[in-house]
Design a protein around this ligand. Structure first.
Ligand code: FES
Ligand code: FE2
Length: 393
């Protein structure tokens, strides 16, 4: 973020320290438990939130050169990403247009000029066009130009690849979708980082429960007593709604050290972890010289997958010292995530017990409330679609 915003946030933190409090919403928020366990609602969450919006599915450094490709399953939809000769990324449904088998089976690869279907060898260019049909006399009435791979809306911004997985979804303007988040990503410099050491976790929780654990630091003292509580100020954070996204600044105990220093030298990143939620499912933690990414993908109503990776500056990729710092940092991040998962999996196990018909979020758990309000707005058609819609062409 820009320096003026950093100073403003640090001032807010000092104000909280002086007043021995944290930032709070005016009142608690009641979140019905049915939102985590209703199968009909879950279906709508996947269809509306995950398939119709531009969702981050990759970082551009995973496919750096023309012909590089990546495949993945996004909420049950197989997709294929490929970098084209002009440097842009194309996204397609990874299914052959002949009889629909999965076209590309490898998780990733490079130098591709075309993709050959493993079933009957129809061949597609990296632009998705159908360029080869063996024994073409069998299809005298087929119009090849109509048989290209099903293209998905795709845009690369600030290093991240956004895809709308539903091919029938109206195109969303990714810049409008990011809104104030764009400025943040630009200053973090996510476009200049590369993915390092991707990993995958799987948790027995509803996808929203997994996200809930990231959005407040009220739990840090009790849940992360030995890991990060000694590092961070207790239940103190600066919260900003960057609708539909959010920013939470978690200040470290070291932050008062800079109070008497020249404000020009204040650097928020050295004395806090800044945690962004890029709606609906990506958590970006900004750490001193790298970022930690966690993404939460629903995998059934009571299960989720969490791919995680580190974003690092490529110029230090070969440095053993840098790797050591990142490894240690990520070790803590994963340890903390396991501590959180113990809690959320235990919540999931009791969701159907009838113990709670709603959860109450405290005034300093406001980022959870905001997140659930955004989910509600999307499901109820009240999201800011006018702002997100692609400008009329
Ligand atoms: S299903 Fe792909 S060529 Fe037949
Ligand atoms: Fe936590």
């Amino acid at each position: 973020m820009d320096h003026a915003t950093q100073v403003h946030l640090i001032d807010r933190v000092f104000d909280m320290i002086d007043r021995r409090t944290t930032e709070m919403d005016p009142a608690e928020y009641h979140n019905p438990v049915s939102r985590y366990i209703d199968p009909e609602r879950y279906k709508r969450e996947v269809e509306i939130i995950f398939r119709r919006n531009p969702i981050i599915v990759a970082h551009g450094s995973e496919l750096p050169k023309p012909g590089d490709y990546k495949t993945m399953d996004v909420t049950g939809v197989p997709i294929l990403l490929v970098r084209t000769q002009d440097g842009s990324v194309n996204a397609f449904v990874n299914a052959c247009r002949h009889r629909g088998t999965k076209l590309v089976w490898e998780e990733c690869g490079s130098h591709k000029r075309s993709f050959v279907c493993p079933y009957h060898a129809w061949t597609y260019g990296t632009d998705g066009k159908l360029v080869g049909v063996p024994a073409a006399e069998g299809f005298p009435n087929m119009k090849r130009e109509e048989m290209g791979l099903r293209r998905l809306h795709c845009a690369e911004r600030y290093g991240f690849v956004f895809v709308q997985v539903d091919p029938t979804a109206p195109k969303v303007d990714v810049d409008a979708w990011l809104g104030p988040m764009a400025h943040e990503l630009e200053h973090i410099g996510t476009a200049d980082y590369v993915v390092w050491r991707p990993a995958q976790l799987e948790k027995k929780t509803n996808w929203k429960l997994a996200l809930d654990t990231f959005l407040e630091n009220y739990h840090t003292r009790r849940t992360h007593t030995k890991t990060i509580w000694p590092v961070f100020l207790d239940n103190t954070a600066a919260f900003d709604r960057l609708s539909p996204h959010a920013r939470v600044v978690l200040p470290k105990r070291s932050i008062p050290e800079i109070r008497d220093q020249d404000r020009e030298t204040w650097n928020l990143r050295d004395h806090s972890t800044v945690l962004y939620t890029i709606f609906p499912n990506l958590m970006l933690a900004v750490l001193p010289d790298h970022c930690a990414i966690f993404q939460v993908w629903p995998d059934g109503i009571d299960n989720c997958k969490l791919p995680a990776y580190t974003l690092v500056p490529p110029k230090y990729l070969e440095s053993a010292t840098a790797q050591d710092i990142w490894s240690k940092s990520m070790h803590v991040v994963f340890e903390v995530t396991e501590e959180d998962s113990d809690r959320s999996e235990a919540i999931q196990a009791a969701l159907n017990s009838g113990a709670n018909d709603h959860f109450v979020f405290g005034r300093y758990e406001q980022a959870l409330a905001w997140f659930h309000q955004e989910v509600e707005a999307m499901l109820n058609g009240q999201a800011d679609w006018v702002r997100y819609a692609e400008a009329a062409e």
